[in-house]
Design a protein around this ligand. Structure first.
Ligand SMILES: Cc1cc2nc3c(=O)[nH]c(=O)nc-3n(C[C@H](O)[C@H](O)[C@H](O)COP(=O)(O)OP(=O)(O)OC[C@H]3O[C@@H](n4cnc5c(N)ncnc54)[C@H](O)[C@@H]3O)c2cc1C
Length: 313
């Protein structure tokens, strides 16, 4: 949950939970922690048919802090005996779950992209080396803590509406030592990068920040989110929360426009889940053309304004 709403990426963990519960003959439950908006999110999560939805509400949980959140989750796990705890592999998930694993003395696997039962244990698969290699991992502790690759699991099935149960975590002890002070975020009217159907990503080929307005016009016409390579983020031309790739966001839009970007292995690691990739690059040898479904060898400073005009600015 973020800003009082259920994020699309969370649905990957829901789908994973449904699969693992169904195939192992177990049950799954959901937990929502937060301040305002918990009830709405809990009801929505309940529509996917978990055994229960637990809610933890309080001012201390209005903003996600790994300390308090991991304490609460550890208490819930210990009280109810959950064996597999999963969240989407988002910034929040990657922050909270290692702490939870440490508290529970549990083994952890990040970025689970697939799983299977083998010889009575679960084999988790995760992409390594920018997605070039898939590693299979087993966890030897009784409790497994996971983050789920949000580009690989989606569209959970709806089920019988679950009961929502308030969980009272009691004191948080030393976890209260860190307190939320301020959030500096980049506000945009455009769709969220990780949830948008169409994303326009651009790279150093944009050449000058003044040229970004052409890309923005295209994004506005298509109702697309904007993203970029690390090169444009490092140049200060784009906020770093819009970086796509190995050390940025992993996205799975229906359509990804790759404009003036080379297609480095680190960038590709973030767009492997895209259904269709359209690339514009002036270099016919650019690596992005190896993964693109449609490629145009052209100067983006010429091609993008032409497309904008064609689509009717
Ligand atoms: C540990 C590590 C992690 C990294 N993580 C990431 C990450 O998460 N995301 C990421 O993106 N990168 C990441 N990088 C950086 C990555 O290696 C590349 O340096 C970066 O992706 C290159 O960005 P770029 O394609 O914009 O720039 P460049 O490599 O400079 O490519 C620019 C492209 O634009 C084309 N071009 C130039 N002018 C035009 C024009 N007028 N019209 C059309 N095309 C044009 C060129 O032909 C070229 O292909 C990481 C690197 C490391 C070492």
């Amino acid at each position: 949950m973020q800003s009082g709403r259920l994020r699309g990426t969370t649905l990957s963990a829901v789908r994973f939970a449904q699969e693992i519960a169904e195939q192992t003959g177990g049950q799954w439950s959901a937990v929502v922690i937060g301040g305002q908006g918990v009830a709405d999110v809990a009801e929505r999560l309940g529509s996917f048919g978990p055994a229960k939805v637990y809610t933890v509400v309080g001012d201390a949980f209005e903003h996600c802090l790994a300390g308090p959140y991991s304490v609460v989750l550890a208490k819930l796990v210990e009280e109810h005996g959950f064996e597999v705890i999963a969240t989407a592999s988002t910034t929040t998930g990657r922050d909270v779950m290692p702490r939870l694993a440490a508290r529970l003395g549990a083994g952890m696997v990040t970025g689970v992209c697939a799983w299977e039962s083998r010889d009575g244990s679960i084999l988790y698969k995760r992409k390594v080396f920018s997605g070039g290699v898939v590693a299979s991992v087993t966890v030897s502790s009784p409790i497994h803590v996971l983050t789920i690759d949000a580009t690989e699991f989606s569209d959970p099935m709806t089920g019988e509406q679950a009961d929502v149960v308030a969980f009272e975590p009691g004191g948080l002890g030393a976890a209260y030592r860190a307190r939320f002070a301020e959030l500096q975020s980049h506000d945009s009217a455009r769709p969220d990068l990780t949830e948008a159907d169409t994303v326009i990503g651009f790279g150093r080929g944009v050449k000058d920040p003044a040229n970004i307005s052409n890309v923005e016009k295209l994004a506005d016409i298509l109702g697309a989110a904007l993203g970029g390579t690390r090169a444009v983020v490092d140049s200060g031309w784009m906020p770093n929360d819009l970086q796509v790739g190995q050390t940025g966001k992993q996205i799975a839009p229906k359509l990804y426009f790759a404009l003036g970007l080379s297609g480095s292995i680190q960038h590709i690691a973030g767009i492997r889940g895209a259904k269709k990739i359209v690339a514009i690059n002036k270099d016919p040898e650019a690596a992005i053309f190896e993964v693109a479904d449609i490629g145009l060898v052209a100067d983006m400073q010429v091609a993008v304004p032409e497309i904008v005009e064609l689509l009717g600015e």
